[in-house]
Structures are given as structure tokens and as C-alpha cells.
Design a protein around this ligand. Sequence first.
Ligand code: DAH
Length: 342
Amino acid sequence: MEEKIKALREQMAGEIAQIAGKEDLAAFWQKHLSKNGSIADLMKGLRDVAKEDRPAVGKVINQFKVQVEEQYQQLRETVEAKELEKRNKSEQVDITMPAKRRESGALHPITLIKQEIVDIFAGMGFEVFEGPEIEDDDHNFTRLNIPKNHPARDMQDTFYVGEDIILRTQTSGGQIRVMDMKKPPIKVLVPGRVFRSDYDATHSPMFHQMEGLVVDKNITLCDLQGMLEKFAQQIFDGDVKTRLRPSYFPFTEPSVEVDVSCFKCGGKGCPLCKHTGWIEVLGAGVVHHSVLENCGIDPQVYSGFAFGIGIERIAMLKYGINNMGLLFENDLRFLNQFKGAN
Ligand code: DAH
């Protein structure tokens, strides 16, 4: 038995020297330490040993087994440590490598201005409502006091989708939708895309408007002027003044055009204000009594004002853009200039 153990020990030493990885280690365990391994075989061999010698021989085999197990354990730790080191090396991050550039986007100038306008009016208690882009003739025209064959329809070249169904030419139809849903007090903004068959350096067949509507008791033109002056001062970041010029819109009476004193030259006259000192920024007026009546609101009790802001116009004025096309071409050299502008 002693001989057998000695031979096995030598054999194992040779095998251990060859162990390079996990698989070799597992094979070694299978061959020697498993239930059918060489050490278990030695135990089985005890049967052939004389009865009186068995305890002593059994003890020797057991000691041998413990030694081999310890050796195996050590070997396992070494092999695992080596493999871990190998893995760590292969997964190491080279911090000297140049990083991949991550391009971040920018908000479109139209979005920037839209958000800015909403922020300003939200500060005065306005809510935001959005109406449909495909609109019916009733909301876009008739109930806004522009009946069929009214000459004011010629002010806006309309795209027809079907009979009495159009691409909305103005966000003013949102006023009707809001007043159908809600009774005064009303204070809403209606932002959105609008469409007209019109195309040159300052017009595009699709553009954006922001409608405003206030209806309550005792609302007058003075409220309109005060609110819009506050708006102009905030959006143009300055000490601008406003003035109202008489105008005509079928859904307001009186109707006005709101001008701001030129924020570029301070009113002295420059190319931006065409040397007038004033810049036209929006249309507005006191809501026509017929429009209130069309929505079931009693004009003897309530009054209101409305305004319509051209978002592209504000963006062009504020950012010094001279061609509206730039806002829709999506040229990155143009758009990248608005990074970080919000
Ligand atoms: N809807 C008008 C337009 O597209 C703008 C406008 C003018 C809206 C006066 C209003 C308003 O609400 O009161 O030209």
C-alpha cells in the first residue's frame, strides 16, 4: 500500500505541474478525488489488507487524502487568481484613449420662442390649449364672424382638404373651441401650426402662431395694452414701449396692430425698424360681441380681448434672421447656433 501511495504521489506531482487552467483542475479532481477517483480506489483496496493492519493503513490513506485535498485547494486558488487577473487585464479601460464625441442637439428657434412666450403668459395665469390643424370652416371662419363670401376670407389664401374642411389658416379658431368648452373667466394661449398658400422671403406656406384669449367681466382695451406691453418687454429683454395702431380683423372690434419701439436702435431709426423707430409685432383687439354670442357667452355681461402672435416673426426679429426659409431648411450650420440658447 505504501508503494502504491508513493507511486500515486509521484504521478500526481507530474500532473500538478501541468495544470494550466480550470479544465485541467477539474480533470485532476475527477481523476483522483471524486467518488471513482484513485484515492477512493485505494480505500476500496483496504479489503485486501489483513484485518489487523486495516486501521493503520486506513489512517495512512486518509492522511494522504487530506494532503491531496489541501494541495488541490491551493491549486484552485492559484488558478482562479490567475484567471481573474487575465480577465481584469482584458477588460481594462484605456483611459488615455480619445473619447467618442457625443453630439447633443439643440432646440429649434421656433420651439425656443414658443416656450418663451408660453412662459411669459403662464406667469400671468394663462393656460395652454391646442386645437386641430385640420379644421372646419365653421371654427376657422364662420363663427369668428367671417361668413362665407366675406371679403376678409381673401386676407388668407386657404388650403382646402374637402368641402368645408381646411388646413387652419390661423389659430383664432382655438378661441371658439375654448369658449365652447369653458365659460369665463378664460385666459388661454393656443399655440400651433397654421397654413396659407403664400411663399416668399417673409412668408412660408406653413408657419406658427400663438393665439391669446382673455374673457371676463370688465375686460377692456387697456388690459390688452398693459399685458402686451409686459409681454414685449420680457420677450425683447428691454425697456421697449408699445403703441396700438387701428386695424381691422372681423373677430375683434376695435382691432389693433401692436408695435414695439425698436429694441435695436431704441427708437432712433435703423434698418431693422425701416427707420420708423417702431416694429409691428402682432394683431389684437377686443373680442367682437358676435363671436361671444356665437359661443353662448353674453356680451352684456362679459367682454374680452384676443391677440395673435406670429412666432416666426418674433424669432426673426429677436435673432436677426432675415430669411424665413432658414427656419425650415434644417441646415445644421444655422441650427447649431441655437445650442444652449434656452
Ligand atoms: N388671426 C390673425 C391673423 O392670422 C391674428 C389675430 C389678430 C388674432 C387679431 C387675434 C386678433 O386673436 O385679435 O392674422
